[in-house]
Design a protein around this ligand. Structure first.
Ligand code: SF4
Length: 313
């Protein structure tokens, strides 16, 4: 089982575990970000400090003025939108090949969806949720990267999706394929792709089964595009169950009757959410190792990212 992982390049809000740069001089402690940072290439940023505001500094809020998003300092009412945008554009323009962003929730600069914003609608002041000003520019510049905040990453399936996405994206980028290597790479991702998008898995399969139709550079470029698109699709319990059934079919004839019964029970419990993906993956990993089953041992589905980042829920 391949335990070496390419290091994804991940941009973090600097106040998440790295530097006490919040407007009030605080640092947000986050256990998962701390663990993740050991396995990725960290790029940290505080767009507000980068824009020249010190620590501590006045808090800011988002206000819509004629449908335009503006960022205003809450004490003096100074509009600081242009300074933050200017820094963000320069910062984002010098970045290359970013696999993911982990940004601070609710921040007027960094939030990916839940910054509080004020708007006047039919003469009344209303409160809405929106994307922070830095996050918005980052999403425009890196539409294929994975975005999450420290709050969403506490949810099991969001974390699972985020991790799978950044590690598969980094793995793809770390390769320079010849024909055989591309076929082998695709074979190893077959079931992980199936858990995300069976239809894109079929398209990718067709592409690698006919490598004579175009120069290798073009094929790899199209393969990369479809591969990243597939991993942008959220996996579901049902799709995972389908993949596990395929893996079980592969293994079944090697199992004794009692083991088959036990495996059927585990799969059924998984489908009802009674046992975790981590547990069921571990069972398959153990069988794959015991039987020295190289086909299963090579499947990224059983080993999509470093074990320390796996959790029960
Ligand atoms: S949320 Fe963003 S802008 Fe605010 S302190 Fe953290 S990194 Fe800086």
């Amino acid at each position: 089982m391949r335990e070496v992982f390419a290091r994804p390049k991940v941009v973090f809000s600097a106040c998440l575990n790295f530097e006490p740069v919040r407007y009030n001089g605080q640092l947000i402690k986050d256990e998962f970000c701390e663990k993740l940072s050991k396995y990725v290439e960290v790029v940290k940023v505080c767009p507000e400090v980068g824009a020249g505001f010190g620590v501590p500094r006045p808090a800011i809020k988002i206000v819509f003025q004629n449908d335009e998003k503006r960022v205003i300092q809450t004490d003096m009412g100074r509009d600081v939108t242009d300074s933050i945008k200017m820094f963000s554009e320069v910062f984002l323009n010098q970045l290359k090949e970013i696999d993911g962003f982990v940004l601070k929730k609710k921040s007027p600069s960094c939030a990916i969806a839940d910054a509080v914003a004020y708007k006047i609608l039919r003469g009344e002041k209303i409160v809405i949720k929106t994307v922070g000003i830095f996050a918005e520019l980052a999403m425009e510049k890196f539409p294929n990267s994975a975005f999450a905040d420290e709050g969403r990453l506490k949810s099991y399936w969001i974390r699972e999706h985020f991790l799978t996405r950044i590690f598969s994206s980094a793995d793809l980028k770390s390769r320079s394929f010849n024909k055989l290597e591309l076929v082998q790479f695709h074979e190893s991702y077959k079931y992980l792709l199936m858990a995300h998008s069976p239809s894109l898995l079929r398209q990718l399969g067709k592409l690698v089964s006919n490598l004579k139709v175009a120069p290798m550079k073009e094929i790899v470029s199209l393969y990369s595009e479809l591969f990243n698109k597939a991993f942008s699709v959220k996996p579901t319990l049902g799709k995972h169950y389908n993949v596990l059934q395929h893996l079980y079919s592969h293994l079944k004839e090697k199992l004794r009757e009692k083991e088959q019964e036990n495996m059927s029970r585990l799969l059924e419990e998984f489908s009802r959410g009674k046992i975790s993906l981590k547990t069921i993956r571990e069972v398959f990993r153990i069988y794959a190792l015991n039987f020295e089953d190289n086909y299963l041992l090579n499947q990224k589905y059983l080993n999509p990212y470093p074990r320390e980042l796996e959790s029960e829920k």
